[in-house]
Structure formats: structure tokens, C-alpha cells
Write a protein that binds this ligand. Sequence first.
Ligand code: RB5
Length: 150
Amino acid sequence: MKIAIGNDHVGVELKRHLTDYLTGKGYEVVNFGTDAPESNHYPIYAQKVAEAVVSGQCDRGILICGTGIGISISANKIKGVRCALCSETVSCQLSREHNNANIVAMGARMIGPVMAEAIVDTFLTTEFLGGRHSIRVNMIADIENGVELS
Ligand code: RB5
């Protein structure tokens, strides 16, 4: 599985940690984030990872900023992205099972490296359940396409 990873200046250290962790597990990790410590702008990296995922260049995405909030909001502006902000594994598991999340976002100021490892493990190994959840996920796409839901 090919993973797109992206981060702002706050997420550099956690991005490096997770890249080493996932590479060690055999995943291919493509770095779309910054490696510079100077203050920069998280929407840039959200857009890069989002486009890599929706284009099919990468299978899944991981985004990191200080809280995970700004970078997840940004990613969810891209059509086809379902980015879930997670601080623990249960919501991450459900974001895959129910929402077919294709990007996970985390806050480097909110969680530590061990929780981040558990979250990415969950995100990359949990399957979408389909069924009734497909109806709802398809409705998210309808919203993107301007359909008035009822
Ligand atoms: C940067 O200071 C910070 O605002 C950013 O990393 C993120 O937390 C925004 O949501």
C-alpha cells in the first residue's frame, strides 16, 4: 500500500517518526510535507496529500499539524476526500468501517508517538463495511456534486 504523508512545521517530528514506523512495516511512504522548522501553512500540505489520494497516486493519506484541525478541514475541501481527525483508535476504526475515510489527520500537539502509531495501524488495516454505510458515503459525494439531499 502506498501512503501519502503531509505535515506543517508542527508535524515534522511526528511525520518522521511515522514514516520510519510505516516504512519498517513495509509500506511505501511518499512525503508531501515540509521538513523545515520555520512556520508555514498547513493548507499547502493538505492539498498535496488530498490530490495524491483522489488521483490514485497513493492509496491512503496521513496529515499532521498542531491540532489536526486545520489540515483536516483543508483536506476535506478537495472533492473525493473523506478525512477523519482522530486522537484515539476507536473513532479511527469507525472512520474506516462507517465513513470509508481515505485520509487520517492527527494533531502533533495533541497525541504522542505511540498513540499515533496505533491510529495509523488501525487506519491502514480496517476495512469499510459497506452496506447501509455505502448509502451515506454516496450521499457525501452527492453533496459534492450539488445534489439537494432529502
Ligand atoms: C500552527 O501554529 C497551527 O495553527 C497548526 O499546526 C494547526 O494546529 C492548525 O490547525
